[in-house]
Design a protein around this ligand. Sequence first.
Ligand code: UD1
Ligand code: MG
Length: 467
Amino acid sequence: MTPQPKLARTRAIVLAAGLGTRMKSRLPKVLHPICGRPLIDYVLDAAEAATGGRPLVIWSPPVEAVRDAVANRADTARQAEPRGTGDALAAGLAGLASLAGPPPAELLVLSGDVPLVEADLLDALLAAHRASAAAVSLISVITADPGRLGRVVRDDDGEIERIVEARDASQDELEIEEVNSGLYAFDAAWVGARLADLLPSAVTGEIYITDLVALARADGRPVGSIQVPDDGTLDGINHRAELAEATFALQARINERHLLAGVTMHDPTTAYVDASVVLEADVTLEPNVRLRGSTRVGGGTVIGMGSQLVDTQVGRDCRILASILESSEVEDSVQIGPFAHLRPGSSIGTGSKLGNYAEVKNSRLDPGVQQHHMSYIGDAQVGARTNIGAGTITANFDGRRKKRTTIGADAFIGVDTMLIAPVEIGPGARTGAGAVVNRDVPAGKLAVGVPARLRDPRPEPEDLPPG
Ligand code: UD1
Ligand code: MG
């Protein structure tokens, strides 16, 4: 018999319609971010990798935002009311029936709130499920701290007999240290025939997916399982303390990957690097650094203590000290900070230097620009090798509109210059200390005073004839 392609055979269903009340949040539980992505995204990654296809996500009206958040990568099905995980699975089967294509033979059912699960483990679950021709298979965890999790009850032969939810469990059952992780494989035809037989819990009124285990046994079908140690990987997130733990664990996993790929971290426990960030070998991260979103950093660059980069590309051999960089681009061998701020739309050319309290917004600084102290460049184009003196301000906003400033190459903007936009400073032009420049300065001219008047610059000492 030739094996069927993964896609036709197995379909992943991700349960994400619950209210997540213990999060005490307006945001649906599975949309809380960890390391920069909603936690359900990690589950969808694992589901895609294990099945080779598009997962089906179950949402419900109180958490409608879940549907919109996953729509680009998953099919979705609506659970009218979150009446329990068994009812959520029923919504999933109804959703699958309405999709085009052949029905799957197997279902991989995952909880949207178990984000650290990895595809390898799901592969192992599916392998165990197939090997035992089970109606249902699950992953269990042995833990000294079973808390509110479902307990795995085994019979005298050691076979799984049923799962009892903590809320419904007897005192003896609560002592059981083998718990249900909330990750399952099902024979799709069997579950389709039996799901309607689930009854609400007498204690909570919820319909439990976990009751399918006892139904499988009643039908004489094997229940498959794999057991994993309690390393936190399968911890569900039900409240913010668990969210913090998962964030910590995932951050450690991300940082380990970068460390092994040649990134130096002075203190990996305080390097906050989103899952999506790309770091080349020989990047150094000092303590307390936060790198977010689509940030990329080139080799040889040092990101100094206290810096935060959001959606920013930094080239090679740069030094970024205690600075904030947002949605910007930095070329190679640039020095920034301490205490500089690149606001969105800034592009800093090779070899430029931005010093203490330099702020740049929506501007291009060509290579070799120096902007060492306390200044603001906004909506501007600055030519190569130009010097921006301390206290220079582009007055780019007249109260109604933003206006542009253009400064040519090799210009020298004196300390405390006010550039009233729109204004153009020509290549090689200079401004005097405290100049308020409200009209264009042609190439090579000097502008001084308030408002600035034009002069021919005095020759530099080195330009004077000898003697
Ligand atoms: C569930 C299991 C428990 C297991 C634990 C592991 C049941 C009855 N219990 O408990 O045995 O130890 O996971 O983490 O399944 N959901 C829906 N619709 C609903 C209710 C829930 O889609 O009506 C979704 C939730 O959004 C969540 C997942 O199902 O992603 C699990 O629900 P949750 O309420 O967290 O179940 P637990 O109490 O953690
Ligand atoms: Mg849970």
